[in-house]
Design a protein around this ligand. Structure first.
Ligand code: G6P
Length: 498
């Protein structure tokens, strides 16, 4: 694998739905604050590292939606930001419609709430065109264009058709569903999505399963020749592979001992006294399994009364998409369920659930991760789930036990955690009991193993791995071109480069 310094591209151009910052009005002064989401934190960490290694002073270029003001010079020392403008009436059907009412539910295995609306898809095409126009104005020879996520499936081929020799990588941060589910989309949408993606040189997913699902869909829908991870087009090969996104491990691990966090932990421990903390934090989303989690905790309280007054569940829900009806409804249901459970079990000195609907600061988050005894991360489906990785990176005080849904991509790497199926309320409630009762030596052994793995393949290795493989694909394509001129058959050529 190449290091950042060894990569040959001149500039990195990120294209994603949102810019990494938003403007917050602060009295008279406006400040740029970081947006939520795994992609943003990954690339921000990466930018520090790349800047430290770079020979030139090139900034990372980021194209996405956001306030015009973000495009002004010097808003951030590491980035040149280029806002894309999407008219409200298009964005409603593009972002609110096709992205979050079609792709998001279908790709998270909720086909029954997926909407199929022609006008949504048309808005999706329009919005991808608007991104394309911006990209076209900005890119220069030698750039590496890294397109991210389900909002931009059509973009790689729009770029490729206009500038054939360009280097394009694509990364999907949510699951790619089984081909059986993918084929629920109308045929022309399926073809457009797959052909759009195949404009890339390298397409990355979090797990090998998602990669295989994608390759199977390509075979079924487009009938293309596939050998191992390579898709053979008329005059190009494209690679699809798994790159499980990592976290900035050292940042989380080392933060546990900085003064502010130590102070925060001291305060929290005083409040908790000798009660053991169970902790979870998620964006508000139906894919996160929040209601199942509450039901499992309720069942735990029912079955294991010896833990009454000795355990506290702090469930933090971070506001997200809270103008969409389904999310508003979910919030109401969560609050009613928390109220019902607390009403049933609370007494004057103990409340079994502390529910918070807010974002936490980095220091608060790290302190809560570190002092808790159990991390309860139980999504119904999740591309990766970085919270699970952050939780493990921060285990130093108690070597807390992670209870993790096997339907999260992170379960592949964190298999020393207690893996549960979130629909199995009984098993999840037993897992809480097992975690709370686990001996320290066992907890420690599990945490240490997982920490090693996370440190090894952190967010920097993830990115370097992706960039290196993208360069390898480019080199293979060059060699293939020569071989085409020698009139070799497709199969002979592929076998040469396997
Ligand atoms: C998830 C998605 C991201 C998205 C984020 C916040 O992490 O994978 O694409 O940006 O949620 O959701 P929002 O709809 O507010 O951008």
């Amino acid at each position: 694998m190449k290091t950042f310094g060894q990569l040959s591209f001149k500039r990195l151009v990120i294209v994603a739905y949102r810019l990494p910052f938003k403007i917050i009005k602060n009295g008279d002064a406006d400040t740029a604050v970081q947006n939520a989401g795994g992609l943003v934190s990954a690339i921000l960490s990466l930018s520090d590292k790349m800047n430290a290694n770079a020979e030139s002073n090139e900034k990372i270029i980021w194209i996405g939606t956001g306030e015009k003001q973000l495009g002004e010079e010097n808003i951030n020392p590491h980035f040149d930001l280029y806002p894309v403008e999407i008219p409200d009436e298009v964005n409603e059907k593009y972002y609110g419609g096709f992205c979050n009412d079609t792709i998001w539910p279908l790709f998270h295995y909720f086909p029954s709430i997926t909407t199929y609306d022609k006008s949504y898809f048309e808005a999706y095409e329009q919005a991808n065109q608007l991104f394309f126009k911006k990209v076209k104005d900005i890119i220069l020879p030698g750039d590496f264009i890294w397109v991210h996520h389900y909002q931009l499936f059509l973009l790689p081929s729009l770029i490729r058709n206009s500038i054939p020799g360009v280097n394009i990588g694509f990364f999907l941060h949510i699951p790619f569903p089984s081909s059986e589910l993918f084929r629920m989309l109308p045929n022309n949408w399926r073809e457009a999505i797959l052909n759009g993606l195949l404009g890339s040189d390298l397409i990355g997913f979090h797990t090998n399963d998602y990669t295989q699902h994608f390759l199977r869909s390509v075979k079924r829908t487009l009938g293309l020749e596939i050998q191992q991870n390579y898709i053979h087009l008329e005059n190009r090969i494209v690679k699809a592979d798994a790159f499980p996104i990592g976290i900035d491990y050292d940042k989380f691990h080392n933060a546990c001992s900085i003064t502010e966090v130590v102070k925060e932990k001291r305060n929290l421990k005083k409040i908790l006294s000798d009660r053991k903390l169970i902790f979870s934090v998620d964006r508000l989303d139906y894919s996160k399994g929040l209601l199942n989690r509450l039901k499992s905790y309720e069942r735990f309280l029912e079955k294991y009364p010896s833990w009454h007054e000795k355990a506290i569940f702090n469930m933090v829900v971070v506001p997200s998409r809270d103008t969409i009806d389904r999310y508003i409804e979910l919030k109401k249901e969560i609050e009613a369920t928390v109220g019902r459970i607390n009403g049933k079990y609370s007494n004057i000195s103990w409340r079994p659930i502390i529910y918070q609907y807010k974002s936490l600061t980095f220091n608060e988050l790290v302190a809560l991760y570190d002092i808790s005894f159990v991390g309860l991360i139980t999504p119904l489906r999740d591309g990766m789930n970085l919270v699970a990785k952050e939780y493990i990176a921060c285990q130093q005080e108690n070597f807390g036990v992670l209870i993790l849904s096997e339907l999260a991509g992170a379960a592949v790497e964190l298999n020393e955690s207690i893996l549960i199926t979130p629909n199995d309320i009984e098993a999840t409630s037993d897992a809480i009991f097992t975690a709370l009762e686990m001996r320290e030596s066992e907890r420690e052994a599990k945490v240490i193993k997982m920490q090693k793995r996370l440190k090894n393949y952190d967010v920097f290795t993830w990115a370097a791995d992706f960039f290196s493989q993208a360069e390898e694909v480019k080199e293979m394509q060059q060699k293939l071109k020569v071989n085409y001129l020698n009139f070799k058959t497709k199969n002979e050529i592929i076998n040469t480069y396997k």
